[in-house]
Design a protein around this ligand. Structure first.
Ligand code: MN3
Length: 257
């Protein structure tokens, strides 16, 4: 029997994925465990995901830039609240849900709440992973990062026709999310194909088995202070801070490179 709490939690996330969707599905790979069969570097490093193998808990990962670094596109106040309050809340919620499920397994928890805590793992776990990907795929550049290059650019051209067509599609999907959610660029491995999909809330409408390459958060907390109801303006501005080099690394990873 596996008594390693870290592995237990990872296994839980993996099984939640079968129900929950894209972000949770990827978490086993994302939080690659040293000393296990998973020798391959993970899509996000453990520190990028805030994974603490000593405690078996997730922590709020540090941003790789200052809160004001994405100005004028994403404002510092929104970035600080989004990261230090909203993202931190998902991390807390995920750790709490995993602890409650451990109590239920140990016989000391309220087993009638397994549905509740399982749903909490999907929601908060996806929230944590989604935001970790969101931060890491942005980088400061007042003038924008241009367009993708290399094999990633080739894949964009093959699957969307052109970068401009992809960008229009991705932004339209983001603008059309009903309520709170995300627009994702994902890689579907069987066809080796790029797709744009929407997510609602943190975990709904996801697609099993794909790798998330890039996601834009279109919850109102991501833009309301500066852009109010003008989500399309926020999404357009967001495109200027996408770190395409990092997104290209995600595609390489998805392709096993
Ligand atoms: Mn958010």
């Amino acid at each position: 029997m596996n008594t390693n709490p870290a592995l237990t939690r990872r296994d839980l996330l993996t099984s939640a994925a079968a129900i929950g969707g894209l972000a949770a599905f990827s978490s086993a790979a994302l939080a690659g465990q040293p000393g296990t069969a998973n020798k391959r570097p993970s899509l996000l490093t453990p520190s990028e995901l805030g994974w603490d193998s000593q405690t078996g808990e997730y922590t709020l990962p540090k941003l790789p830039y200052a809160y004001d670094a994405l100005e004028p596109h994403l404002d510092a106040q929104t970035m600080e609240i989004h990261h230090s309050r909203h993202h931190a809340g998902y991390v807390r919620g995920l750790n709490t849900a995993l602890a409650k499920l451990a109590e239920i397994r140990a016989g000391s928890g309220d087993a009638s709440l397994i549905k509740h805590w399982s749903r909490e793992v999907s929601f908060h776990g996806a929230g944590h992973i989604n935001h970790s990907i969101f931060w890491i795929t942005m980088a400061p550049s007042a003038a924008g990062h241009g367009e993708p290059e290399g094999p990633f650019a080739d894949a964009i051209a093959r699957d969307f026709g052109s970068f401009a067509a992809f960008s229009t599609h991705f932004q339209a999907a983001a603008n059309a999310v009903e309520g709170s959610g995300w627009s994702w660029l994902v890689h579907e491995p069987t066809a080796d194909r790029l797709l744009v999909i929407q997510g609602e809330k943190q975990q709904d409408m996801m697609l099993t088995g794909v790798t998330p390459l890039l996601g834009v958060d279109v919850w109102e907390h991501a833009y309301y202070l500066r852009y109010q109801n003008r989500r399309a303006d926020y999404v357009k501005a967001y495109m200027n801070v996408v770190n395409w080099a990092r997104v290209a690394q995600h595609l390489d990873w998805a392709r096993g490179k």
